[in-house]
Design a binder for this molecule. Structure first.
Ligand code: SF4
Length: 410
């Protein structure tokens, strides 16, 4: 089992509200010009009306050019008048993240390494499946939460991504895939059907930028995804879950990984600040805000750590209790994720028999508990394996390197 660090050290990296320190740089514009990728529909309309003295519908035309047709040059936006195009040129840019590297797995999973500034890069992954295409999007450069089993955590943390840098990941993938937002999935054209905020970072620690980016994903003028097809996955920042319930309407997934507080705190230091009971209360409130709403709980299975019958029994108890409180059978959905090892980790993937035995216990209790297939393994794009390039502001990446070297020396 890998070293589990003191939660106190890690929580010190967070503000009082559990959010990462505010190190987001100013809007990532160019030469003082505004980057339009930073604007959702409401903000872009305001920019057109108040800053440019133009009508709202012009903002809509520009959104369609950018997100539907993947244009970045105002000169190509031919249904705008010449004078407006010149004005836009002077005041704004459409600046996407730079593709540093692109890789396709033998199972067609695609991964992009995207440069966010001179020193930092993040990863975005596209997972095609029957009738759907899911994009896994990052929200921060690194992550401050330091879950003990997570590859991203070993890289430390640098900063939050801006809205432009988050929606820019969707734009890069949509352009590469030739995505047509409102086309039929069956006949092709529509390649991007789901987005999961499950890449690098804790999305709720970068609340405003993530919520604004998710609003563009769900906007008809953006990527036209239904609310339930955009999923935010959190390690469990309780106040921000409540805020999300008020300010956005997306699917919620929670990284649970342990049914006992002591074990969960060892695996996920954030549990010390927001223990299971508080987290589950917030999830119940989230589900109750809308009839028929479910919450997905992610459970990474680690050999000898959280894959034993007592863990399955306790997990069944938590999920049943959740259903009872939400008054809906199946309100708590569970995904089982076999651990994906990475260099230097002390955790291991359980055997297939152990995974099946754990799943069977949940099934026997009347629960559907799919085991997530590992995708993109050959290109390190599998769940928990994402690593960009992080100019670490913590000492964590140096510590990880030291541990790797020490292990190599023995
Ligand atoms: S599992 Fe998620 S929240 Fe935890 S360290 Fe990794 S990226 Fe951050």
């Amino acid at each position: 089992m890998s070293e589990v660090r003191s939660p106190a050290i890690e929580i010190a990296l967070l503000g009082d509200d559990g959010a990462a320190p505010a190190t987001t740089p100013a809007t990532a514009g160019v030469d003082g010009r505004t980057n339009i990728f930073d604007f959702d529909r409401a903000r872009l309309e305001r920019f057109f009306e108040e800053d440019l003295g133009e009508k709202k519908f012009r903002a809509h035309q520009v959104m369609k050019w950018i997100h539907h047709r993947h244009a970045t040059d105002f000169a190509d936006m031919t249904d705008l008048g010449k004078a407006l195009r010149a004005k836009l040129e002077e005041r704004a840019v459409v600046h996407a993240p730079q593709v540093l590297f692109e890789k396709t797995s033998t199972d067609d999973t695609q991964k992009w390494l995207l440069g966010m500034d001179a020193k930092n890069a993040i990863e975005t992954v596209y997972i095609p499946d029957k009738g759907r295409g899911t994009l896994c999007v990052s929200s921060q450069v690194g992550c401050a939460l330091n879950c003990g089993f997570c590859s991203t955590a070993t890289q430390g943390f640098n900063r939050n991504l801006s809205t432009a840098e988050i929606i820019g990941q969707v734009w890069v993938a949509a352009r590469a895939l030739g995505n047509v937002p409102h086309a039929s999935v069956a006949q092709g054209g529509r390649r991007l059907t789901n987005v999961v905020m499950m890449g690098m970072g804790e999305p709720l620690a970068n609340f405003d930028n993530v919520v604004r980016a998710m609003s563009i994903m769900r906007d008809d003028l953006g990527y036209g995804l239904a609310n339930k097809r955009v999923t935010l996955s959190t390690a469990g920042l309780v106040p921000q879950i409540d805020r999300l319930a008020q300010e956005s309407d997306v699917s919620l997934a929670v990284s649970l990984h342990a049914p006992f507080d002591e074990l969960r705190t060892q695996l996920m230091p954030i549990n010390k600040k927001y223990p299971l009971a508080e987290l589950l209360d917030a999830c119940v409130r989230y589900a109750l805000r809308k009839k028929g709403e479910s919450v997905t709980f992610e459970y990474t299975l680690m050999k000898g750590v959280n894959d034993q019958p007592e863990h399955a029994r306790a997990l069944i108890g938590l999920l049943r209790d959740f259903d009872r409180r939400v008054q809906m059978k199946g309100a708590a959905k569970i995904n089982l994720i076999p651990f994906n090892p990475f260099p230097g980790t002390g955790f291991e993937r359980p055997s297939d028999e152990a995974i099946r035995a754990f799943q069977k216990m949940l099934n026997n209790a009347g629960m559907i508990a799919p085991v997530r297939r590992t995708r993109g393994d050959d290109i390190d794009a599998a769940c928990g394996q994402l690593k960009g390039q992080v100019l670490d502001r913590t000492r964590r990446s140096a510590e990880h390197r030291k541990r790797l070297q020490a292990a190599g020396a023995h």
